[in-house]
Design a protein around this ligand. Structure first.
Ligand code: GLN
Length: 287
């Protein structure tokens, strides 16, 4: 059976022959993810023995990674808000900037008035489940149109021990929910990338489900629907927090005012750590 050191040599040669770059931290993730040996152990015991089948799996994974296949799909998980969430191909990989959405939501839930939460377009469930996990007082509904996304949401919810405070629905936007559902807080990271920009994104993104990313011509197609419909699903004083592209701020500032009978009022936009306008907050309009 191969030793770790010879596997490392194979990987090194593969990388240099193919003129590709894979950071060594990622190699450690791949080996540890496949063998189940901790990264710390791997670093100390450089001559550990690896089974033939694990060695083949590791080589295949390195080849995939060399073709920009996302690391998260190889190891099957991603860290978000300090927790480990399962991710599989067919579901969007959580982005660090989306933690801002969770942090902002938690500021509202800290005030006990915001208890019933909806995560719309939940994907693997990271936003809603993080809120449920970090604020034990909340009751969280999550919905998505994708069956494979919801399978993951279920698994992630169970892994985090949240199933008693979490409900999961399948369907297109708000039509997924039971009639007359009302929430204090709706959070959403819908598909919002302007269509023509998708092919210019990192190659890794091309392995992700395009329907979780493509927001139509300007990236606003789903966002507009959500803002138009959210009012009927929010309690009085209810809040919508929505993640969006950094080109959307100006449009969103005035969108509600320009509607015939707006049910929401624009409150403010918050910048992400890169200083880009990343999410906007709306409140249910008082009549
Ligand atoms: N922020 C993601 C990206 O840049 C897109 C997420 C989304 O459309 N919701 O790929």
């Amino acid at each position: 059976m191969p030793r770790l050191s010879s596997l490392h040599l194979w990987i090194k040669n593969y990388i240099s022959n193919k003129h590709i770059q894979i950071p060594s931290a990622e190699i450690h993730y791949i080996i540890s993810g496949i063998t189940g040996i901790s990264k710390e152990h791997l670093l100390i015991h450089k001559d550990s023995i690896v089974s033939n089948s694990d060695s083949e799996k590791i080589k295949r994974a390195v080849k995939k990674r060399g073709n920009h296949y996302p690391l998260q799909y190889i190891i099957g998980s991603e860290e978000f808000m300090g927790m480990d969430f399962l991710v599989t191909p067919g579901v969007l990989i959580p982005r660090p900037e989306t933690e801002l959405l969770v942090e902002t939501a938690l500021k509202y839930t800290a005030d006990r008035k915001y208890r019933h939460i909806l995560d719309l377009c939940c994907g693997s469930g990271v936003i809603g489940l993080s809120i449920a996990r970090m604020d034990r007082y909340t009751l969280v509904s999550l919905s998505d149109n994708s069956a494979s996304a919801l399978r993951l949401t279920h698994k992630n919810s169970n892994r985090l021990g949240l199933s008693s405070r979490v409900k999961i629905y399948r369907g297109d936007l708000f039509s997924a929910l039971p009639v007359r559902s009302k929430f204090d807080l709706i959070v959403s990271n819908p598909p919002y990338v302007p269509h023509n920009r998708i092919r210019h994104l990192q190659k890794e993104v091309l392995y992700e489900p395009v329907k979780a990313i493509d927001g139509g011509r300007k990236g606003l197609e789903v966002i507009k629907k959500i803002i138009q419909q959210a009012g009927s699903f929010l309690d009085e004083d209810g809040i919508l927090i929505i993640e969006h592209d950094d080109t959307h701020k100006e449009y969103l500032e005035t969108f509600c005012a320009g509607e015939d009978q707006p049910s929401l009022r624009y409150i403010k936009t918050i910048d992400d750590l890169a200083g880009l306008p990343r999410l906007s907050i709306f409140s249910r309009k008082h009549n």
